[in-house]
Ligand binder design. Structure first.
Ligand code: ADP
Length: 627
């Protein structure tokens, strides 16, 4: 018998567990029972798909018992069991420990239900145990093995004896102390309560021995106490109960217990579908973004069941990526039990269900947007990015499905609005949907270009997520109204008359502007006077398809490729600086060149772009200020 140490990371989690920062110790039972149920699932599944495995569905059970004198609780299952190697591997390491990561990131936040959120499984038993023994025999093997650990020093595994396949987990309760009464678990009613609360929908019977007060045999009035097996859990999957039977609270509880969320879901929706495909789905929209949602290890997908038997825990094929926030399950008699991850990709039934689910989810979101705008806005704050990616990805294949679910910040309403709302409220004579991009709404609001739109009472959508403009470009138009970046050189709200005036102004000052353009030839395509600005002296606009914002986004990506938007320096024709430039053109052309550089730098700063040559510019400014 060899003594093994826990892997380093496991040690830290164990430590966390033992000196529990988590106050709800009751969940250890849920974790152990849920493992037992998984182990039975595995054997059940094998029996349905492998002829050599002969077990009867009706024999499956999980038994919970305790011994008051020995201070032990035992949880037994007749599931698949573990071999020696599996005991060593499965109970010796805590894989990819999400909770540790989470703990590190949130060290300073208090009262976080860390463990409750993740379900760290087996190890949670050390919250209440001073010692744990796992006696297991893998189905179809002869030998049983006993794994023992007191949680601190490591564990041992030795050969042992066990009649039947499956696993017995024995928990030796800690002694009571001032902080906690561990003996409370040595009570039928306490255990029963915990099982009902957290494991009610486990699909196999969870059995406990209970005292029954019954008439003595042959007697008419004499009673006796007899121990009898009783199934504690309801067993019927919650999605198989008739809808009128299940309360919102029950769904919420199912959700929080199954997905380890500390908050109830924003939305629960269940569908029973018959037709091209037949299935029941129970889906949830979380109230908040899971902590690792945008991380690369986040596993998308809902669980797939075939007539109550779980076929796959996370089936990504069922839910499109842009609805990746959906949690829940699908149960369909049409899905073959033998399905593997590989065939799943091509499975016709699964594709049909996926298509149908997508429509249902979309409808649910539309209803949410209509009936409870506040809730929808909250939802969009959490998951809107996902939807915008959905518009952009796959060459815009899904844009029409998603466009009405989008919200953008409206400069006029100072809140999030849909594209439909924007178009329905167009100002007189407005033909386009205008948008502006920047880092924050406040910063966009201060952009020089925005001023003239405000003047005209045109609404402008403010875009601050980096994906925004890419998604908008993919959409191109909404209800025939083209999306237009107000920073585009071509955008001009002036009248024909105004346009003529500015054209003349540019023609008249062509030589002067050419000198400025020459100095800035490495940076801008053009330098010109504009009538777009009211109080501001300059702005930077872009020609063609690539905006300055897009340049920033693309260049921030970790590739070697660097691109440049084709920009134009526009100078307010009515600003005093315009006259100053004209004067310099007559008197001091060198000085004019310096002004060109400074004005261009100003325009870049306003756009939130860095200067290539900050020292040169700052020296120039000082030189000009000192005059
Ligand atoms: P998780 O259940 O999240 O994988 P646990 O720490 O709870 O993590 O369990 C680790 C592994 O140990 C399980 O994935 C499973 O393979 C194995 N295991 C735990 N309990 C049992 C059991 N009762 N029967 C068979 N295998 C088990």
């Amino acid at each position: 018998m060899k003594k093994q140490e826990f892997k380093a990371e496991s040690k830290r989690l164990l430590d966390l567990m033992i000196n529990s920062i988590y106050t709800n110790k009751d969940i250890f039972l849920r974790e152990i029972i849920s493992n037992a149920s998984d182990a039975i699932d595995k054997l059940h599944y094998a029996s349905l798909t492998d002829d050599s495995v002969n077990v009867d569905r009706d024999d499956f059970k999980i038994r919970v018992s305790f011994d008051k004198d020995k201070r032990i609780i035992t949880i037994s299952d007749n599931g698949i069991g573990m071999t020696e190697a599996e005991l060593d591997h499965n109970l010796g390491t805590i894989c990819e420990s999400g909770s540790l990561l989470f703990k590190k990131e949130n060290e300073n936040r208090e009262n976080i239900d860390v463990i409750g959120q993740f379900g760290v499984g087996f190890y949670s038993a050390f919250m209440v145990a001073s010692k744990i023994e796992v006696l297991s025999k893998h189905f179809g093997t002869e030998d049983a093995y006993l794994w023992k650990s007191d949680g601190v020093e490591g564990y041992t595994i030795e050969k042992s004896k066990k009649e039947t396949y499956g696993t017995d987990i024995t928990i030796y309760l800690k002694s009571d102390d001032d902080s906690y009464e561990y003996s409370k678990y040595l009570d039928t009613y306490v255990l029963e309560d915990i099982i009902k609360k957290y494991s009610n929908y486990i699909t196999y019977p969870i059995i406990m021995k209970k005292m029954d007060h019954i008439l003595k045999e042959g007697s008419k009035d004499e009673y006796e106490d007899v121990e009898k097996d009783e199934t504690i859990n309801s067993m019927t999957p919650i999605w198989k109960k008739s809808e009128s039977e299940v309360s919102k609270e029950e769904y919420d509880e199912f959700y929080t217990d199954t997905y380890y969320d500390y908050e109830s879901p924003a939305r629960v929706f269940r569908n029973n579908v018959e037709g091209k495909c037949t299935y029941t789905s129970l889906l949830f929209i979380p109230k908040h973004t899971p902590y690792d949602f945008y991380g690369k290890n986040f596993e998308r997908g809902v669980s797939l069941y075939s007539n109550g038997v779980m076929v796959m825990d996370k089936c990504p094929k069922l839910i499109p990526e842009y609805f990746g926030f959906i949690r829940g399950l699908v149960d369909s008699p049409d899905v073959s039990l033998n399905i593997s991850r590989e065939i799943l990709q091509e499975d016709k039934e699964v594709s049909l269900i996926a298509k149908s689910l997508e429509t249902k989810i979309k409808k649910e979101l539309e209803t949410m947007m209509k009936d409870n705008r506040e809730e929808y806005e909250k939802f969009f704050e959490n998951f809107g990015l996902q939807l915008k990616f959905g518009v952009y990805n796959d060459y815009g294949m899904h844009k029409d499905d998603l466009k009405d679910l989008l919200l953008f910040y409206s400069s006029k309403n100072k809140k999030m609005i849909s594209l439909k709302e924007y178009v329905d409220a167009l100002a007189d004579g407005q033909e386009k949907i205008y948008y502006a991009c920047g880092e924050t709404y406040d910063k966009i609001d201060l952009m020089p270009q925005v001023e003239s739109f405000k003047d005209k009472d045109y609404d402008v959508l403010y875009l601050k997520d980096y994906i925004d403009e890419f998604a908008i470009r993919m959409l191109r138009e909404y209800e025939g109204k083209e999306f237009t970046n107000i920073s585009n050189e071509d955008v001009n709200l002036g009248s024909e008359e105004d346009k003529k005036i500015i054209e003349e102004e540019n023609d008249n000052n062509k030589d002067m502007l050419d000198i400025m353009k020459e100095v800035l030839s490495d940076y801008v395509k053009d330098v010109k006077f504009t009538n777009k600005l009211k109080n501001h002296p300059v702005c930077l606009t872009s020609q063609g398809n690539l905006s300055v914002e897009m340049e920033k986004v693309i260049n921030a990506m970790p590739t070697d490729e660097h691109i440049k938007a084709e920009t134009v320096l526009e100078i307010n024709k009515d600003h005093t600086i315009a006259q100053k430039l004209k004067n310099l053109y007559e008197t001091d052309k060198d000085e004019l060149k310096k002004y060109a550089k400074v004005l261009y730098s100003e325009a870049r700063l306003i756009e939130g772009l860095p200067l290539d040559n900050p020292t040169e510019i700052s020296n120039l400014i000082c030189e000009l200020l000192s005059k």
